[in-house]
Design a protein around this ligand. Structure first.
Ligand code: RFL
Ligand code: PHB
Length: 393
C-alpha cells in the first residue's frame, strides 16, 4: 500500500475541486485531488454556460481568467419568448450595469486542469472505491485504488467536491444530515452543434409544447435545449426531429433564422432541486453539486459551486494563515444562506417557463398572467435581473 500526505484532500476534479485546488495552492496550502474518472471523461461532459460576475472574479483570482476574457461572450440581456413574441430582459439597465459571461464549463475545466498541471500539483485520476475515514477527528484519511494499487491519503481536511452522486455526502451518517429534494416531471434534451447561434443573446421559451432554450458556446457553436418527458431517450431524437420541435417552440423570426446542422452531442438531463444541510461534518466539507442541485433554468449550478469554493478557500486560508476558526465554523451557514436564494430563483423560473404534465387549466392561465406581468412591469423585471446576474457573496 502506498501512503501519501497532504494538507487538504479534495475529492472530485470538477470545477469545484479544481478551483479550490488552485486557490489553496496560491495561498501556499498543499492539496491533492482524487478523481474517479479520467481527465478526458471529465472534459467530455457538456454542462454550464453562463457565469456571474463574481464567478468571473474568482476565476481571475485563481489565475485562470485569460482565455475566458479573450473568448467568453459578454451578455447584457436575454430574451423571453411566449405567444410567438420575444421580450428582452435588459440585465445591464435593470441592475445598474451588470452583465454575465457566456463561457462553457468544459473550457473552465480545461483552463483549471492546465493551470494545475503547469503548477505540478498532484491529481490522481481513475481513483476507484474512494472511502473517507475519521473526518470527525483531527486525522482524516481516505483510501482508494489507483492502477490496481491501494493508496492511503492522510490529510488535515477533506473537501467533498464530488458532485451529486459522489462518496462524500454518502459517507456522512444519515442522522447527521438533512436533505430537501424536489424532482421535476420532465428533463432537458440538450444538443450541441457547430452552427451560428440563432440570436446574439440567449432565448428562454415558454410554449404549450414545452420549454426551450437557445444558448451558445461561441459565435460558431450553439447549445439548444428542449423540455422532454422523462420517458424519452436521447436516441429517440434524430437531429431533424430536434430542429423541427425547436422551431415550433420559437417565435416566427427566430424559427426562420435558425441555422441547423449535425449534432456533436445530444443528452438528456433530469431537473432537480436539492439541498443537504449542514455542509460541514467535523473536518469534511461538502461543496458544489455534492451539497446542492438546482434545475438549470436559472444557470445557477456552477455559480453556486464557485461561491461555496470562495467561502471554503477563505475559511481554510484563515485557518492556516491566521490560526482562526471562524470561517470554518460559519462555512455551512454562509453557503446555505446564498444557496437557498438561488434555489428559490431557479425553482421559480423553472415553474414559470415549463409545461407541467398534470397542470390544471387555471394554473396554465396563471403562468401566462405571470409572464405578461413580468414583461410589462419594470419592478418584476428588476427582481428577475438582480437574481439572474447573481446575488452578492
Ligand atoms: P461535478 O461537475 O459533478 O464534478 C464532480 C466530480 O467528482 C467526481 N466524482 C468522484 N471522484 C472521486 N471519487 C468519487 N466517488 C467520485 N464521485 C464523483 C466526478 O467524476 C466529477 O468529476 O460537480 P462540481 O464540481 O460541484 O460542479 C458543479 C457543476 O458541474 C454544475 O453545478 C453545473 O454544471 C450546473 N449547470 C449549470 N450551472 C451554471 O452555473 N450555469 C449553467 O448555465 C448551467 N447549465 C448545468 C447546466 C448542468 C447541466 N447538467 C447536465 C446537469 C446545464 C446542464 C444541462
Ligand atoms: C447553457 O448554455 O448550457 C445554459 C445556458 C443557460 C441556462 C442553462 C444552460 O439557463
Amino acid at each position: 500500500m502506498k501512503t501519501l500526505r497532504t494538507q487538504v484532500l479534495i475529492v472530485g476534479a470538477g470545477p469545484s475541486g479544481l478551483l479550490l485546488g488552485q486557490l489553496l495552492h496560491k495561498a501556499g496550502i498543499v492539496n491533492l485531488i482524487l478523481e474517479r474518472q479520467t481527465g478526458d471523461y471529465v472534459l467530455g461532459r457538456i454542462r454550464a454556460g453562463v457565469l456571474e460576475q463574481t464567478t468571473v472574479d474568482l476565476l481571475d483570482e485563481a489565475g485562470v481568467g485569460a482565455r475566458m476574457h479573450a473568448e467568453g461572450l459578454v451578455h447584457h440581456g436575454f430574451d423571453l419568448v411566449f405567444d410567438g413574441q420575444r421580450h428582452r430582459i435588459d440585465l445591464q439597465a435593470l441592475t445598474g450595469g451588470k452583465s454575465v459571461i457566456v463561457y462553457g464549463q468544459t473550457e473552465i475545466t480545461r483552463d483549471l486542469m492546465e493551470a494545475r498541471a503547469a503548477a505540478g500539483l498532484p491529481t490522481l485520476y481513475s481513483a476507484a472505491d474512494v472511502q473517507l475515514r475519521n473526518f470527525d477527528s483531527a486525522h482524516p484519511s481516505a483510501r482508494c485504488i489507483v492502477n490496481g494499487e491501494e493508496v492511503l491519503v492522510q490529510c488535515e481536511f477533506i473537501a467533498g467536491c464530488d458532485g451529486y452522486h459522489g462518496v462524500s455526502r454518502a459517507s456522512v451518517p444519515g442522522s447527521a444530515i438533512r436533505s430537501f429534494e424536489k424532482i421535476y416531471p420532465f428533463g432537458w434534451l440538450g444538443l450541441l452543434s457547430d452552427t451560428p447561434p440563432v440570436s446574439h443573446e440567449l432565448i428562454y421559451g415558454s410554449h404549450e409544447r414545452g420549454f426551450s432554450l437557445c444558448s451558445m458556446r461561441s459565435a460558431a457553436r450553439s447549445r439548444y435545449y428542449l423540455q422532454v418527458p422523462l420517458t424519452e431517450q436521447a436516441g429517440d431524437w434524430s437531429d431533424e426531429r430536434f430542429w423541427n420541435e425547436l422551431r415550433l417552440r420559437l417565435d416566427p423570426a427566430a424559427a426562420e433564422a435558425l441555422v441547423t446542422g449535425p449534432a456533436l452531442e445530444k443528452s438528456i438531463a433530469p431537473l432537480r432541486s436539492f439541498v443537504a444541510e449542514p455542509m460541514r461534518f467535523g473536518r469534511l466539507f461538502l461543496a458544489g453539486d455534492a451539497a446542492h442541485i438546482v434545475p438549470p433554468t436559472g444557470a445557477k449550478g456552477l455559480n453556486l459551486a464557485a461561491s461555496d469554493i470562495y467561502y471554503l478557500s477563505q475559511a481554510l486560508i484563515e485557518h492556516y494563515r491566521d490560526r482562526r476558526g471562524s470561517g470554518i465554523e460559519h462555512y455551512s451557514a454562509r453557503c446555505l444562506s446564498r444557496i437557498w436564494k438561488a434555489e428559490r430563483f431557479s425553482w421559480w423560473f423553472s415553474s414559470l417557463m415549463h409545461s407541467f404534465p398534470q397542470e390544471q387549466a387555471i394554473e396554465a392561465r396563471l403562468h401566462r398572467a405571470e409572464l405578461e406581468y413580468l414583461v410589462s412591469s419594470h419592478a418584476a423585471q428588476t427582481v428577475m435581473a438582480e437574481n439572474y446576474v447573481g446575488l452578492p457573496w
